[in-house]
Design a protein around this ligand. Sequence first.
Ligand SMILES: Cc1cc2nc3c(=O)[nH]c(=O)nc-3n(C[C@H](O)[C@H](O)[C@H](O)COP(=O)(O)OP(=O)(O)OC[C@H]3O[C@@H](n4cnc5c(N)ncnc54)[C@H](O)[C@@H]3O)c2cc1C
Length: 310
Amino acid sequence: MSDAVRNVIIIGSGPAGYTAGLYNARAMLDPLMFAGYMSGGQLMLTSDIENFPGYPEGIAGPEMMMQLREQAERFGLEVQDKNVERIDASTRPFKVWVEGEEFQSHTLIICTGAEAIWLGAEGEDEQKGRGISTCATCDGAFFRDQEIMVIGGGDSAMEEATFLTRFASKVTVVHRRDTFRASKVMYDRAAAHPKIEIKTFRQVTKWLSDESGLTGALLEDPRDGSTEELAVTGAFIAIGHKPITAFLENQIETDEEGYIVPKGFSMTSVPGIFAAGDVVDTRYRQAITAAGMGCAAAIDAERWLEENLH
Ligand SMILES: Cc1cc2nc3c(=O)[nH]c(=O)nc-3n(C[C@H](O)[C@H](O)[C@H](O)COP(=O)(O)OP(=O)(O)OC[C@H]3O[C@@H](n4cnc5c(N)ncnc54)[C@H](O)[C@@H]3O)c2cc1C
């Protein structure tokens, strides 16, 4: 067991975690971060970020995350590239187990994000963050005047398809059934759009590419196994996100999908435990909103320590 009780332990090293770390380090709280299995978070998967303020030429995701880390470390954030296995939220101070070792802290900030669910079709890994994306807001502008596809049948898929018509010359929505989870109004808006075609009873079994990037997808009809090729240079997978909260073992209130439910500003259902970024955000899921929430959680943790421990 590590002897010292920390003021703040930050779990997760995406934009939310590093921003929380920067604020708490500058407030002299000597924060400790466990960066987790994906040090740097989801932006490590993307080559170009054009919508984070401060980078007029855009920046590669891994480079930006390295800069966020450097900035927080410069003020004293201690980062360990390890995964938190579980926490005990019922004791004070809180306990955190990391690779068998126990740590204690007066406050925790959970910034473990939400993973986009990918299809896992053949050839997907090579095109992730290039021709294949899970975020239309982030990557739509890279596909101007191109034919692209959106996979999914829920509100997100309909919303992304409609949004992408601003850039793309054609958007094909591919869905494996002929019934849609999307609300009628969202479905109707997408279906009526002149640039959108909806193909039902189709699932992607293989991504097609050449040296220029994505060239299309092999679609299979699940009813009879027949196949067809769809030529596209971009694809957006919109089949949902999975917040990373299983390690909390239901000690903190989450909604039915697993997102942490905020209880007044950034506080969770357990006083002294805060959450920031995509793990609590069912709506925006952007780097800048995650960073903003990290700032808020750091300030809330700082004030909570002030009010409860001093
Ligand atoms: C391909 C792609 C492209 C994107 N492009 C853009 C873009 O251009 N612009 C934009 O604004 N947004 C973009 N996004 C969205 C953006 O990446 C997220 O909104 C943002 O990263 C969320 O930040 P976060 O800090 O909440 O969590 P994340 O970045 O998801 O980080 C979560 C962190 O938690 C850690 N973690 C998880 N479990 C544990 C554990 N048990 N113990 C310790 N650590 C743990 C992980 O290691 C990771 O470091 C993109 C996303 C993807 C997938």
